[in-house]
Design a binder for this molecule. Structure first.
Ligand code: PEP
Length: 251
């Protein structure tokens, strides 16, 4: 049985003081009954990680980072390593988000370096894949997803595969208010699980959690998250206020 994982990607929002206040609000709306049925993870900006770690302590809410640089240490001005994140109490790290692919030109090879470095350092990658609208229109969705999965997961050994989460995030649905329909999302999730079954075996595929991301909000959460191959959500905009995030968690 796969436990749904609901993660909030705060992107470049919230100062440390705002982050602390938001966590306190989220905490006060969650009880152990809800948390026994879902894994909840917050992915704030780097500068908020220490504050958020302290604020979630003892609550059962997990901590994720939005990025890191795939070297242990070195002369990489402005970058942050996996061991640094680990020491701060980070468990998950988002890798291959479409905003990083688009604005920071991160390709599948770099995404793969990050996946391997995260796994080596005991961080759980949330690997994001998703097609552009033009690719969907040209019937290239599955081809695009397959390329991203094959590139991002190159040299990942089956022994460590269970640490992974995949997030299907159609680029055209991110931050646009236009979510994939439950049917569209389910089709791609089924495809992803099938691809993983062929490459890594049926058991790992069955246990893999595949989140949907792209304009998830309180109103559409239940219809998306009750699809058979959708195991939670990666949420941007709607994770920035406690009310909407809590409604999604309690879908
Ligand atoms: C995201 O940033 O991963 C995302 C899904 O954003 P939004 O929920 O705002 O579409």
């Amino acid at each position: 049985m796969r436990k749904p994982i609901i993660a909030g990607n705060w992107k470049m929002y919230k100062t440390p003081a705002q982050a602390k206040a938001l966590v306190q609000e989220i905490r006060s709306g969650l009880d152990q009954t809800v948390l026994s049925g879902r894994e909840v993870v917050l992915c704030p900006p780097f500068v908020d990680l220490a504050v958020v770690e302290e604020a979630v302590r003892g609550s059962g809410i997990g901590l994720g980072a939005q990025n890191f640089y795939p070297k242990e240490e070195g002369a990489f001005t402005g970058e942050v390593s996996a061991p640094m994140l680990k020491e701060l109490g980070v468990t998950y790290v988002i890798i291959g988000h479409s905003e990083r692919r688009q604005y920071f030109k991160e390709d599948d090879d770099f995404v793969n370096q990050k996946v391997l470095a995260a796994l080596k350092n005991g961080l759980k990658p949330i690997l994001c894949v998703g097609e552009m609208w033009s690719e969907r229109e040209a019937n290239l969705t599955e081809k695009r997803i397959e390329t991203q999965l094959a590139g991002g997961l190159k040299d990942v050994s089956p022994e460590v595969f269970s640490a992974l989460v995949v997030a299907y995030e159609p680029v055209w649905a991110i931050g646009t208010g236009k979510n994939a329909t439950p049917g569209q999302a389910q089709d791609v999730h089924r495809f992803i699980r099938g691809w993983v079954a062929v490459k890594f075996g049926k058991e790992l595929a069955e246990n893999l959690r595949i989140q949907y991301g792209g304009s998830v909000k309180a109103e559409n959460a239940a219809s998306l998250l009750t699809q058979p191959d959708i195991d939670g959500a990666l949420i941007g905009g709607a994770s920035l206020t406690a009310g909407s995030f809590l409604s999604i968690i309690k879908y």
